[in-house]
Design a protein around this ligand. Structure first.
Ligand SMILES: Nc1ncnc2c1ncn2[C@@H]1O[C@H](COP(=O)(O)OP(=O)(O)OP(=O)(O)O)[C@@H](O)[C@H]1O
Ligand SMILES: Cc1ncsc1CCO
Length: 524
């Protein structure tokens, strides 16, 4: 008998202990199948064998009505006794090769994988699918050993590329984090995406499992239809001319709409950031308290998170979640990330919680994120060193972090994982004031707000909308072109007079000047 097709789109793992009070297990199961569940795993941790078999048989009977196969957690004997379609194994359960020998040839066998080695072993053993996790910390955590995090999934998907082993993610997936989960879990090299999601409590604990299943399934299918390998724009041909025109268009949009830019930043440069934001004609709001975040995410058009003095991690985490939920851009400036291990850990936690639209840093910061020591990381300021292959660094990091990456310096490199552009404006005086990079972050956040505002239709199934590469380029160009104009002024005598002149020049910047002065190259 040929193997039945395996549809992992919405994989329900049962958990009778998680049902809401008064809800019958079989009733809940039937409703979730009506909502579109495509595969069911019966998971019974406490039942004895007789009860497990009984639950399995009844589950199979109900699932048959919907043509949905049933797998059994761990127990080959229960699978055989109940006539289930296959098993799901843990790493410490029976090896796949042995299970294959005991089960009929058409049986489906899946296995949990929490790292690259486990994924590779599963593929080599011919697993039909791997369950990758845990994605998030969850109430049903006893199911999985360690939290892998959304950003940990990609390398496992790369390992599976080219094989027939499918992949599903598991662990804490719910409607509020599903797009974040799917968007983040993509192979950085292969751009392979998940074949579906495994859900437990988001469906089982719901008093309305049908609606819960429908909602999750529609988001998975919408994501799948949305060119999921691509980070920001559906394929766009980039030319210096189209980028310049785009930047000027965003500038006009900023002036028309005065976007509100929420900024959680350091206490060294906070005033400069508020002033530069006003100078480009946007409206800054600096706010750090977690309780304010839902209201601010509703009100504001973009969020900047600057790590400078990292005193507000709780606010950073809360804010990012809200902006992701509203599909509004977040710019992350990991200031000094290479300097302390606390910052490195905090960045990991932050980026595993929410998805940045743009990550911006100097070569030391980007190098620390990339995991390269080619460029020295010195406190918060740039060491002035550059990478031998900056194009590879920004492109690979963008693919890995699933966002646009900006690496500032004498030349700025920007990539969305597909295109790489180089901007060559700016003046060395920017390196002599504190917060030039921080101000570039505010400008990028403002242009990204405009890039989102100019797209009216929702990009269904995606975590954001608008051309974030263009937003990033616009922000960097505004500050660096203004710096050239400021440095040339006769009243500027050094770094002290340069800072206010810089704000003036941002304030007086015209679309014509931007168009004339912007030095943009498209490298890839
Ligand atoms: N030597 C230079 N020549 C031209 N432009 C420069 C130069 N150095 C920096 N810039 C520009 O200055 C801006 C800030 O980049 P920089 O790499 O100095 O940030 P940073 O080190 O993070 O700054 P800070 O930590 O002070 O905020 C960018 O727009 C970049 O293009
Ligand atoms: C000097 C300094 N220290 C922490 S943040 C900051 C501003 C420049 O990034």
């Amino acid at each position: 008998m040929p193997k039945p097709p395996l549809d992992l789109t919405l994989y329900l793992v049962t958990g009778r202990e998680l049902l809401p009070p008064g809800k019958d297990y079989y009733e809940s199961l039937d409703e979730s199948l009506q909502g579109g569940v495509t595969l069911v795993q019966v998971r019974e941790k406490k039942a004895d064998t007789a009860e497990f078999v009984e639950v399995a048989v009844k589950t199979i009977e109900i699932c048959k009505k919907y043509n949905v196969p049933v797998l059994i957690n761990d127990r080959i004997d229960v699978c055989l006794a109940s006539g289930a379609a296959g098993v799901h194994l843990g790493q410490t359960d029976m090896p796949i090769s042995l299970a294959r020998r005991l089960l009929p040839p058409e049986a489906m066998i899946g296995i949990s994988a929490g790292n690259v080695d486990e994924a590779r072993a599963a593929k080599d053993a011919g697993a039909d699918y791997v369950g990758i996790g845990a994605l998030w910390w969850t109430e049903s955590k006893q199911l999985v050993k360690d939290v892998l995090g959304v950003r940990g999934v990609g390398p496992l998907l790369d390992v599976l590329e080219g094989s027939s082993t499918k992949a599903v993610a598991i662990g804490g997936i719910k409607t509020t984090n599903i797009l974040r989960s799917l968007h983040g879990a993509v192979g950085p090299v292969s751009l392979r995406t998940l074949d579906g999601v495994a859900v437990i409590s988001a469906i089982v604990s719901s008093p309305r499992p049908k609606q819960a299943a429908q909602e999750i399934k529609s988001l998975v299918t919408a994501f799948r239809r949305s060119s999921p390998g691509i980070i920001t724009m559906p394929l766009t041909l980039r030319t210096p001319e189209s980028l310049k025109e785009g930047v000027v268009r965003l500038m006009a949009r900023i002036r028309k709409d005065t976007p509100i830019i929420h900024q959680i930043t350091n206490n060294v440069t906070v005033n400069s950031l508020a002033n530069v934001t006003l100078a480009i004609r946007a409206s800054p709001i600096m706010a750090t308290t977690p309780q304010e975040m839902p209201d601010l995410a509703r009100l504001c058009h973009a969020l900047l998170i600057n790590f400078g003095t990292i005193t507000d991690k709780a606010g950073m985490l809360a804010a990012g979640r809200e902006y992701n939920a509203r599909k509004k851009p977040i710019v992350f400036d990991p200031v000094g990330i290479g300097a302390t291990s606390y910052r490195k850990e905090a960045a990991k936690e932050i980026l595993n919680t929410w998805q940045a639209a743009v990550i911006k840093g100097n070569p030391g910061e980007i190098g620390a994120m990339y995991g390269s020591s080619e460029v020295e990381s010195r406190g918060v300021d740039s060491s002035g060193q550059v990478f031998s292959d900056p194009v590879k660094v920004v492109r690979d990091l963008a693919r890995r972090e699933r966002c646009v990456v900006v690496m500032t310096g004498r030349e700025d490199y920007i990539s969305d994982g597909l295109s790489v552009i180089r901007l060559s404006n700016g003046h060395s005086l920017l390196g002599d004031i504190t917060g030039a990079g921080c101000m570039a972050g505010s400008c990028v956040a403002t242009f990204c707000a405009a890039a989102r505002l100019e797209v009216e239709e929702e990009w269904v199934g995606r975590l954001g909308r608008g051309d974030m590469l263009l937003g990033a380029a616009g922000g960097v160009l505004a500050l660096s072109i203004a710096s050239e104009l400021a440095a040339a002024r006769p009243d500027v005598k050094g770094s002290g007079t340069f800072l206010p002149a810089l704000i003036d020049e941002v304030y007086n910047l015209t679309p014509e000047t931007m168009m004339r002065r912007a030095k943009i190259e498209v490298l890839e």
